[in-house]
Write a protein that binds this ligand. Sequence first.
Ligand SMILES: *Cc1c(COP(=O)(O)O)cnc(C)c1O
Length: 361
Amino acid sequence: MSARLAPADLLRADILAMKAYHVPDAAGLVKLDAMENPYRLDEPLRAELARRLADVAINRYPAPDYRELRQAIRERFGVPAGYDVLLGNGSDELITLLTVATARPGAVHLSPWPSFVMYEMSARLAGSRFVGVPLAADFSLDLPGMLAAIEAHRPAIVWLSWPNNPTGNCFDEAAIGRVLDAAPGLVVIDEAYQPFAVDTWMPRLPQYPNLMVLRTVSKLGLAGLRLGYLSAAGPWLAELDKLRPPYNVNVLTEAAARFAIDHLDVLEAQAARLRADRDALARSLGALLGGLPGAAVFPSRANFLLVRVPDGPATFERLRARGVLVKDVGRMHESLRNCLRLTVGTPDENQLLVEALRQSL
Ligand SMILES: *Cc1c(COP(=O)(O)O)cnc(C)c1O
């Protein structure tokens, strides 16, 4: 082997050209950048979780079919009778898996845009073509644009983040129905923010043979576990399961997820609190940004708020200097210029955010 062998001699050009997924250092900052639930479990529950984890045989591989966890998910998360779930190491893994499975030569993956960056990233890595259909100016679905793009590109998958990350809104249900009817391939509704939107397409799976519903426990308050699930008609799950790395969900995640599902009422109460605090935060931000030229607070059904400020990059830096980390999404897409995405935190954190923002405009 040549001593001078370097990555550039071996790796795909598209990978060499990529930038690594950048996660900013949040040390010492109020962390409102990643849609995490700010609440932890209380001390008695944490002690009980520790006992459950202590019982797990970490010398053994996971049971390959995750039968009990799948059953708990089906029962507690409203999966319709006769439908099952495929588990992923976060829903990110399921997005990759679906993309790879459908990346036949010439395949197109399509999503309204801007939306979740992983849809495009996965398509690129799988070698398929990604088509982003611009959202309307108010971030609603441009239905004629979507239908024309579906007709022109015949996508293998239409991704619909519902609510949409990073805009926070839910697309109109009748418009989604039209997309489902028009799509020649799969329509995957990504319900990562379902705990905050409450509405769901899960019960409608039997109505649409090309519908899949993707969920995660991350935004509900278990981002560290890395657990996502996909529900769809059985034959699809059976094919996709061939691609799933055999032990993609580890035994500690499996045990912790079962524990969390046993105590789902606690997480649901946290989500309800965050929904109420989201609406209160939206009102405070509206009052603060009200008269400013170009400023806006966009309606949200998620656990974050998209706002537009007069100078996004400057406000982002000033907020960080004042100890508050948010997400600057202004460079993601033309329509998001000067936009910041603010995760809803605890009431104290939200108040800190509003005060810091007042001094950062
Ligand atoms: C956060 C997010 C995910 C990723 O969830 P993980 O399960 O943590 O991988 C998927 N889709 C959307 C739209 C998200 O915002």
